[in-house]
Design a protein around this ligand. Structure first.
Ligand code: NAD
Length: 364
């Protein structure tokens, strides 16, 4: 399958080597530079290493994980490119999850004012979300994606074959963004996602849902590439989610991005009740659904002030107003919603109650 995505083409299929050849055959480039992390070097590169593309390729293997999504790692990539003679006609291939897609893309898009790059996303989260839409960047001072830019890759090559080596938590992390796409989109797709048993998933059935998720994300970024309006709806769950992720990263107890988003969605469902009168029935249905999939994370009432402080840094804010993308109903997201500190705190407490498995108290 081939999908036009802003200035890029997304290729989706099992025939990963054929897709790489098809994408690169028509491209004019001087030399190829490959960016992997220690995990994708070991687990993903062997699936494509026989491709003639890699006959004369220089590779940099960086440390994996969000804690390495930094300007320091970016500098290592820039130096690797520079020391190995990359020129403006070089091609960068990025083989990795969302961290590498964001950071490797950023390194390529800024090297010599920008060279061509192709992303080959290898996690569920990066296939359905991070690789699409051209947002690139790194974290700074413990704040998510504080430095970055919009720039689309030449192409994005997506193959479900890579997903076989992911562990359960990585699959659940990616599935959270698929839940988000489904809630934002609503309709029949939402029912399909809710009826899918992600804890005992069947790969062949997951593929169809992955493609639909890619199409939803792509449709939204196509209508609003620079996140002026509609694309902000994809931030549902992310204001709380990013704060949870940064807070736990600071405490050296990192959780996966999608897991943070899943928890953020529960908190923002509660906030949607206070700020937009989201019907209690929908709040209950979705919160229960998400809380049943994801385990508790290490947060308590005492953490609220620090989490609130982190939310004040969110990129969607203006002046001192925290702006959320919240829900009026399934498929009905409202953007730029301001909420009072009091409501944010109430929502946080309600979220904790859901995760402590005391949701029944809230339902009554
Ligand atoms: N740019 C965007 O629009 C966008 C959207 C959503 C998320 N993101 C970003 O994506 C990042 C999260 O991405 P992620 O969840 O993919 O995390 P990740 O890139 O850290 O990957 C998770 C772990 O899986 C390993 N891994 C990768 N592929 C593997 C495979 N096939 N088998 C086994 N292990 C594998 C990685 O080495 C890493 O240890 C966050 O930094 C987030 O901010 C960006």
């Amino acid at each position: 399958m081939q999908i036009q995505s802003l200035d890029s083409v997304i290729y989706v299929g099992d025939e990963i080597n054929a897709l790489i050849t098809k994408t690169t055959d028509s491209l004019d480039f001087s030399k190829v530079f490959l960016i992997t992390d220690t995990n994708t070097h070991k687990l993903c590169l062997p699936l494509i290493a026989d491709n003639s593309m890699f006959n004369n390729t220089s590779e940099i293997i960086v440390k994996p994980g969000e804690e390495n999504k930094t300007i320091q790692t970016t500098e290592q990539i820039w130096k690797f490119l520079s020391n190995n003679g990359a020129d403006r006609n070089s091609l960068v291939l990025i083989l990795g999850g969302g961290v590498l897609c964001d950071m490797g893309g950023f390194a390529a898009a800024t090297f010599k004012r920008g060279i061509k790059f192709i992303t080959i996303p290898t996690t569920l989260l990066s296939q359905v979300d991070a690789s699409i839409g051209g947002k690139l960047g790194v974290d700074l001072n413990g704040l998510k994606n504080e430095i970055g830019m919009f720039k689309t890759p030449h192409s994005i090559i997506i193959s479900p074959l890579f997903l076989k080596t992911l562990d359960k938590e990585q699959i659940l992390s990616g599935f959270a963004e698929m839940i988000k796409h489904a809630i934002v989109y609503g309709g029949e797709h939402l029912m399909k996602i809710k009826n899918f048993d992600i804890k005992n998933y069947d790969f062949s059935k997951l593929s169809g849902l992955i493609t639909k998720s890619i199409l939803i994300k792509n449709d939204i970024v196509h209508k609003d590439p620079k996140e002026k309006n509609l694309r902000k709806s994809l931030n549902f769950g992310h204001t709380f989610g990013h704060a949870f992720e940064s807070f736990l990263l600071r405490k050296k107890e990192p959780i996966m991005h999608g897991v943070a988003v899943a928890h953020g969605m529960i908190a923002e469902l509660a906030l949607s009740k206070y700020a937009l009168n989201l019907p209690k029935r929908i709040l209950q249905e979705f919160s229960e659904y998400i809380a049943n999939i994801y385990d508790e994370i290490n947060l308590s009432n005492a953490d609220f002030d620090e989490i609130y402080e982190l939310m004040l840094h969110d990129k969607k804010n203006d002046a001192q107003n925290i702006k959320f993308a919240l829900l009026r109903g399934a498929g009905l997201v409202e953007i730029n919603v301001q909420a009072s500190k009091e409501h944010i705190k109430l929502a946080y407490n309600e979220y904790l109650t859901w995760m402590n498995r005391n949701g029944e108290e809230l339902i009554r």
